[in-house]
Ligand binder design. Structure first.
Ligand code: CP
Length: 321
């Protein structure tokens, strides 16, 4: 079990907690290959998916994860809730707690919103993405996907490419990969790399081609990031066409990487901008594996945060055993 009620950021997790989450997710992948993809581990628990920003992957995978562990799950979107009538987030969350929710999964455009709830509530809170701050469950499923393919995380060379400044995924991935011993290089235009970031233990490269052509030092993993035009208050790049030419992952660039390089993207992808369609669909791409693994990793988190000690056998029992 994790000795915490919330998962708010990667920075708060110790490496051994990350390993526990990944190992638990690995043991849960076998549930997903059965005919009846359900175990009774969280029977009687209630999860609320509270999404104040759009989501396909994160919201759906939390819902599937809860259902596969036999928890009850309620989905709330801001437009269909009293947030649309002006109710404050904290008031609303207190009302959900009053209905005996065991865990709230929150996505919110404001950095720190999950921390606010976690501090005020006894109910557990998982950060499903807060503004440009963190997306810890994405980083955990990214680690899981890399470890599944490369069998290790320590010593791997990982490029994080694109709009680092606005990317909560980049922030969480960077911390998670560093904690697990990987070498991280941030690649992007200078306007999209936060200033003074080197003390965080990462390298910075402004030339994508140079980052790919490092002789024996070629990357093991390339994580492409979505160009987040909706988060940019001013023009950070001269044009999308130029950005794509300099920082897009094309087949020509992929050929310069090692043959066993993994190509990743958290989604949603801007095909033809940060990644070309043929690369996204190539044999090097593990983008849909990331999505598959997202369910197992979120099952592991729900179980480790709510499962309770002494309930381990429920993970291997079938729902109707
Ligand atoms: N990767 C990710 O967070 O995708 P969604 O926005 O669809 O949840």
């Amino acid at each position: 079990m994790l000795k915490r009620k919330d998962l708010l950021s990667i920075t708060e997790l110790a490496p051994d907690e990350i390993t526990t989450i990944l190992d638990t997710a690995e043991s849960l992948t076998q549930v997903m290959t059965r005919d009846i993809k359900k175990v009774p581990a969280l029977r009687g628990k209630t999860v609320i998916n509270l999404f104040v920003e759009p989501s396909t992957r994160t919201r759906t995978s939390f819902e599937l994860a809860a259902k596969r562990l036999s928890a009850d799950i309620v989905n709330i979107t801001s437009s269909a809730s009293s947030l649309a009538k002006g109710e404050g987030l904290l008031d609303m969350a207190k009302n959900l707690e009053a209905m005996r929710a065991d865990l709230i999964v929150l996505r919110h455009p404001a950095a720190g919103a999950p921390h606010l709830l976690a501090k005020a509530l006894r109910t557990g809170v998982i950060n499903a993405g807060d503004g440009a701050h963190e997306h810890p469950t994405q980083a955990l499923l990214d680690l899981f996907t890399i470890r599944e393919r490369k069998k290790t995380l320590s010593g791997l060379r990982v490029l994080l490419v694109g709009d680092i400044l606005h990317s909560r995924v980049a922030r969480s991935d960077m911390h998670a990969l560093r904690k697990m011993g990987a070498q991280v290089t941030l690649v992007g235009p200078a306007t999209m790399i936060p200033r003074g970031i080197e003390p965080w233990g990462v390298q910075v490269e402004y030339d994508f081609d140079k980052a790919l052509d490092r002789g024996e030092q070629k990357p093991d993993v390339i994580i492409m990031l979505r160009l987040q035009l909706e988060r940019q208050e001013k023009a950070f790049i001269p044009s999308i066409r130029e950005y794509s030419k300099l920082f897009g992952l094309t087949m020509a660039r992929l050929r310069r990487a090692a043959p066993d390089v993994l190509v990743m993207h958290p989604g949603p992808m801007n095909r033809g901008i940060e990644i070309s369609p043929d690369v996204a669909d190539s044999l090097s791409s593990v983008i849909l594996d990331q999505v598959t693994n997202g369910v197992a990793v979120r099952m592991a988190l729900l179980y480790l945060l709510m499962g309770g000690k002494g309930n381990e056998s429920s993970l291997s029992r079938r729902k109707d055993d």
